[in-house]
Design a protein around this ligand. Structure first.
Ligand code: PBG
Length: 338
């Protein structure tokens, strides 16, 4: 009877597994703040992608981690076809073709020496339009490498429209865009920043020296001002809900194919609000902090981590998400198989 009347059910095809591929890793390297999650080499990335396909997951979402010495102020490695992320996309596409949907993060934070999602001026302020230009080049490089879906996550104004017109102009009319539509400046991204070796960490005071960056080419000594040491100048304020509907309208007008809310668990109201108005599929990202908190409490024996992981993802679906990005994706698929 319980099964008969249940409204919401999880299916592996709705789940997307986020994966990290790192240039300096030879096999796979554990991420201490995210139990059972690894930085992969391209080979181990292929292995886990094959598992994802066998488990029936809907897609994989790739994040690239370049060697530290290859980071620069404009994140050049994100655009180079030789960059780790573009190499990984090309390899997965040649191994697996259309067996799964290959998605990639279209953002510069893993690739910039200062760790911001875009290029900065001499005060450390992120420059919206210069950044969007780099995103279009990055999206094009990803499309050329064979990605099915680009996922601009930097919250720059106009990013979706600019990427859409670049892709269309270059003949990539079928490459889809998953837009990070409502991305909040959240404390839940902490473990992720370790996972990708981000240079922007709450504890790192970046007195950032580099004369060559965009914005102020004369700057010999760039000290990122305190107000620019986080992502609050481009990510949303957790206190605001209405703004997400505006971001939704803009992304739709600019050509987004899927809209996403992030983080998920603390923003179920936003997911619901967007789901009620959206004419395109709605995704939600259960981010690193959500994952790690469940794992940590489970390790302490304070909660049943497996049960809670299922309940949390089910709740995200119940709120209205059609697609859920979660580090639990493989575990959940295994559980559903049983
Ligand atoms: C930005 C990006 C971030 C995450 C996904 N894309 C980090 C950030 O905004 O600081 C976080 C995902 C997670 O915490 O699991 N490229």
């Amino acid at each position: 009877m319980r099964r008969l009347v249940r409204q919401t059910a999880l299916e592996p095809r709705n789940l997307v597994l986020p994966l990290f591929v790192a240039e300096d890793v030879t096999d796979k390297k554990p991420i201490s703040s995210m139990p059972h999650v690894f930085q992969h080499s391209i080979n181990s990335l292929c292995t886990i992608t094959e598992q994802a396909i066998r488990a029936g997951l809907g897609a994989v979402m790739l994040f690239g981690v370049p060697s530290f010495d290859k980071k620069d102020p404009i994140g050049s490695e994100a655009i180079s076809p030789e960059g780790i992320l573009n190499q990984a996309i090309a390899r997965l596409r040649s191994e697996f073709g259309d067996d799964t949907v290959i998605m990639a993060d279209t953002c510069l934070d893993e690739f910039t020496s200062h760790g911001h999602c875009g290029v900065i001026n001499s005060n450390g302020k992120v420059l919206n339009d210069d950044t969007v230009e780099l995103y279009t080049a990055m999206a094009l490089a990803q499309a050329q490498a064979g990605v099915h879906c680009v996922a601009p996550s930097g919250m720059m104004d106009g990013q979706v429209g600019a990427i859409r017109s670049t892709l269309d102009a270059q003949g990539y009319t079928d490459t889809t865009i998953l837009a990070y539509t409502a991305k909040y400046a959240s404390s839940l991204y902490g473990p992720f920043r370790e996972a990708v070796g981000s240079s922007l960490s709450p504890t790192l005071n970046t007195s950032y020296r580099d004369p060559s960056h965009i914005g102020d080419t004369n700057a010999e000594d760039t000290t990122i001002m305190p107000m620019y040491r986080d992502r609050k100048s481009y990510q949303q304020d957790p206190g605001n809900a209405r703004e997400s509907c505006l971001e939704y309208s803009l992304d739709i007008a600019e050509g987004a194919d899927i809209v996403m809310v992030k983080p998920a668990s603390l923003y179920l109201d936003i997911i619901r609000e967007i789901a009620l108005i959206s004419h395109v599929p709605v995704a939600a990202y259960q981010v690193s902090g959500e994952y790690s908190m469940i794992c940590a409490a489970g390790e302490k024996g304070w909660i049943d981590a497996q049960a809670l992981s299922l309940e949390s993802v089910l709740s995200i679906k119940r709120a209205g998400a059609d697609i859920i990005l979660t580090y639990f994706a493989l575990d959940i698929a295994k559980h559903l198989e049983k």
